[in-house]
Design a protein around this ligand. Structure first.
Ligand SMILES: [Zn+2]
Length: 398
């Protein structure tokens, strides 16, 4: 059997949520290595996933004491003058809005917000970005990478990895840290810990911070969109300056720098739905006026026209669609039951992202036939079978 991406052959679903052991950790999706074998979320003998275990751990956390630790931690970074003392990266979504707002207005910090522009802004995304700055009230540094370069990288990543957003993900992963070092700001603060979606190992999620070393990569073998830097330069005539925004952080750059990354979700009991209400109340964040393709929600990852395609590629590669991610998170946070989640998965998972499909094809400069050829090649045999000319998942949660 041809199993792609190094996924586990035996598909196991969590009995509490709807996630499976096919969920890769995000760390091996952003390594700059070619064909890095995917390590995936662990599900124990009792069929409970790491994200659900984390939810259990959260129930026993003394949040008052965690908040005291937050205040103490922030004291170490608080600027004594008018300078910025932390960076919050985002594009005015619910997480970056809540994180920056609470740091500034509740804890008296002086955040600089920074944004790596979405690949293709949606109208609602643009509006939320403006509200974040104008209603929330923040200084913002916007970086828009060279569109000619990013278009080509996105098409390569789609073709070679079936992961069109990979270059963008590299960009946002390192940009906040690069800017923190440039402006000599020692704290980068994110909201939601990735474990909420099972994309970091449990043991890494029980510590509150990551230091710069975690992000350093000195390898000479750097790949982007499935091609080496040398191949990209030859094919597109790119130079180092063109590719720089996507490059990892090197040891040399961090010498003498003391920036730390922290997650507010480690200190405060974080619930994505609460973050949405908070952002709506304080930064005029608005949900989409349409239901998002592939799920039943309207307020998560709505700022980029390519988001729908991104989630669709995950459904094809891992059998986990956008509704599965949303429902699993809401089951864990007690907003819906598992039975309701199963129905939502059945109804919406894998729904084709038709709303912005044409925009995505035009952006990558590919046609529909090419899209479907790459899509069918991306299906792993252990997850998919063809019957009556239709692709069906071999395994579903029960
Ligand atoms: Zn679970």
């Amino acid at each position: 059997m041809n199993i792609k991406y190094g996924l586990p052959e035996n598909v196991v679903f969590c009995k509490k949520c709807l996630m499976s052991n096919q969920q890769p950790y995000s760390i091996n999706e952003t390594t700059h290595k070619k064909d890095s074998k995917k390590t995936t979320m662990k599900i124990d003998e009792e069929h409970i996933c790491e994200a659900c275990k984390y939810t259990e751990i959260k129930k026993n956390i003394d949040w008052e004491s965690r908040e005291k630790q937050l205040v103490k931690m922030l004291e170490n970074y608080r600027s004594k003058d008018s300078s910025y003392d932390c960076i919050v990266a985002g594009s005015g979504g619910k997480d970056s809005s809540k994180t920056s707002h609470i740091l500034k207005y509740k804890y008296g910090m002086k955040p600089l917000t920074i944004t790596w522009a979405p690949i293709m802004y949606t109208d609602v995304g643009k509006q939320n970005m403006e509200s974040w700055i104008n209603v929330g009230g923040f200084d913002n540094l916007l970086f828009t990478p060279n569109g000619k370069v990013l278009k080509n990288l996105t098409r390569e990543a789609f073709t070679n990895l079936y992961f069109p957003m990979q270059p963008f993900k590299f960009g946002i992963k390192f940009w906040a840290l690069k800017m923190a070092m440039k402006f000599n700001i020692k704290l980068v603060m994110y909201g939601e810990p990735y474990i909420e979606y099972g994309s970091t190992p449990l043991k890494e999620s029980v510590s509150p911070k990551l230091d710069l070393k975690y992000f350093v990569n000195d390898s000479e073998d750097i790949n982007l969109g499935g091609l080496s830097v040398k191949q990209l330069k030859e094919k597109y005539n790119f130079n180092d300056n063109d590719l720089n925004p996507y490059m990892p952080i090197r040891s040399q750059e961090v010498k003498g720098k003391k920036t730390t990354v922290e997650y507010l979700g480690w200190y405060l009991n974080w619930d994505p739905q609460e973050a949405y209400y908070y952002a709506a109340d304080n930064c005029d964040f608005i949900p989409d006026d349409h239901r998002t393709d592939g799920t039943y929600g309207k307020y998560s990852s709505i700022d980029d026209k390519i988001d729908g395609l991104h989630f669709y590629t995950r459904y094809i590669k891992f059998g986990l669609g956008r509704a599965t991610y949303d429902a699993s998170q809401e089951i864990r946070n007690g907003h819906i039951t598992r039975e309701e989640g199963l129905l939502l998965r059945k109804k919406f998972d894998g729904e084709f992202p038709k709303r912005y499909f044409k925009d995505c094809l035009d952006y990558m400069n590919i046609d529909e036939d090419y899209f479907w050829k790459i899509t069918d090649d991306a299906r792993s045999e252990h997850l998919w079978k063809k019957s009556d000319n239709d692709w069906k998942l071999r395994h579903e949660p029960e």
